[in-house]
Ligand binder design. Sequence first.
Ligand code: HEC
Ligand code: HEC
Length: 469
Amino acid sequence: MTWRRLVLVVAALGGAVAVILWDQLARVSETAVFDNPEEHYKYGGLSLEPGFPYYVWAVMPEVFADLLPRPGGWEVFGFVDEGRGYPVGFAKQTVGYPGLTPNCALCHTGAYRPAEGAAPVPVPAAPASALDFGAFRRFLFEAAADDRFSSAVLLDAIERRFELGVVESLVYRTVLIPMLRRSLLEQRAAAAWTESRPDPGRGRFDAFNLLKIEVLGMEDDGSVATSDYPPLWNHAARRGLRLHWNGGSDDLEQEDLMSVYSLNRGVAGFAAASFERVRDYIATRPAPAYPFSVDSTLAAAGAEVFAAACGACHAEGGERFGQVTAQAEVGTDPEFLSMWSEAFVERLRSIDEGPFRFPDLRVTDGYVNVPLDGLWLRAPYLHNGSVPTLAHLLSPAAERPTRFARGRLEYDSVRVGFAWQPEGDPAPEGVSWTLYDVSLPGNGNQGHEYGVTLPGDQKRALMEFLKTR
Ligand code: HEC
Ligand code: HEC
């Protein structure tokens, strides 16, 4: 958003109105910074640009209740919520007015239920396996296109819950709400490409086509690069290894900066010091241990199976660990790779704005032999999240489920992965999932048939060992 710049221009014209506008729209009076590194990761601000007006956010689910995918509040989109009035993954800060700006924790914080019916346990840096980012954006866009997205209706709802000053109310009525609507409608037009793609559903998004089309303004090439959110823990150990599902880079610093560039939609307002603290956190934050029981004797036997069948690609120190295996060899869905065109990579390499330089990006022909730390929370598995559990991954592709539930937070400790049966109605409170269909473009569950022919006892031992990764 360029409101600050606009306000600067107005301010340059001088006068009392300019002073008031500056105060109401652009003055940085409070940046979200927390002493505790984990709190900072979850709620810290990475941008000093004005955010999404908080009061509007607070009343939207009520005003546009009929546009929500199911009855409820913001939680229907699968955010991790700790009861602050806004979810993990947003910074609430006052830049002129109180607003919310997204941060890394939005897509890179997950949760699981330790027992059926138990409250979800948030896990910072884990994949946001229940987040339906596509549906969240659709709701914002549909609301903006609705007649009720007006100063009259929204202010009425806001003033029933919050006390606004006279000037503040006037600014919301005449500037903020109309500008927010215009901005959302512009973003909606830029996001039109998503309509021609299969719905990503929970736990996944096509973050790179968003960058390519919406942030860089490049042409839509029709590629489908919907992928799972990876975890961001243990990043110090990722130095020198390939990053992104396709291994398009091996420079951790550049990759983190590219994510901010995409998130903040460019360089304006980048809060560098705050971001450094997020980087320090993900560098050393360990992967959480498996919380259910492990048979350690069986796991020890499984370590040997792992070393023999998987170690070359997945064991730290393995000769191919963290490197790229050609798609022709691993055999998983190829669609993701076509998004990383030469044109895209060249456009990114041409960026040279302050710290934002990405000279090391490259096109690859395959997928990374990913580290398996915190494997239990990486489910569903593979870059597109097409295989719900480890037991399924260790079965021939033809025997893996073709339709399963994504976004359930109960854990299947027998097959090792989130509960995946599309059971129960997705609508009632507490149960919510989206259906994953492997026949859709980019959703194929083929390939990676390593270990599928192991004898039953070795497979069981391997599964037990994998719980300890
Ligand atoms: C809208 C959701 C979203 C947000 C917000 C987001 N990411 Fe990601 N991130 C993704 C997706 C999807 C991928 C997987 C695509 C890929 O890298 O191939 C990813 C991948 C990554 C990777 C590569 C990880 C790996 O193991 O290869 C890094 C590093 C990363 N993100 C860092 C960040 C940082 C730092 C932020 C905050 C500035 C951030 N992300 C915010 C969606 C998001
Ligand atoms: C030749 C290298 C190679 C071997 C051998 C190999 N893998 Fe993989 N593995 C890969 C690649 C490449 C990917 C990523 C594929 C993709 O996402 O499309 C992957 C992905 C995975 C994932 C998904 C990780 C995630 O975050 O979703 C798991 C789990 C896994 N492998 C387990 C195993 C196990 C267990 C074995 C041994 C039985 C094994 N792999 C053998 C190359 C290998």
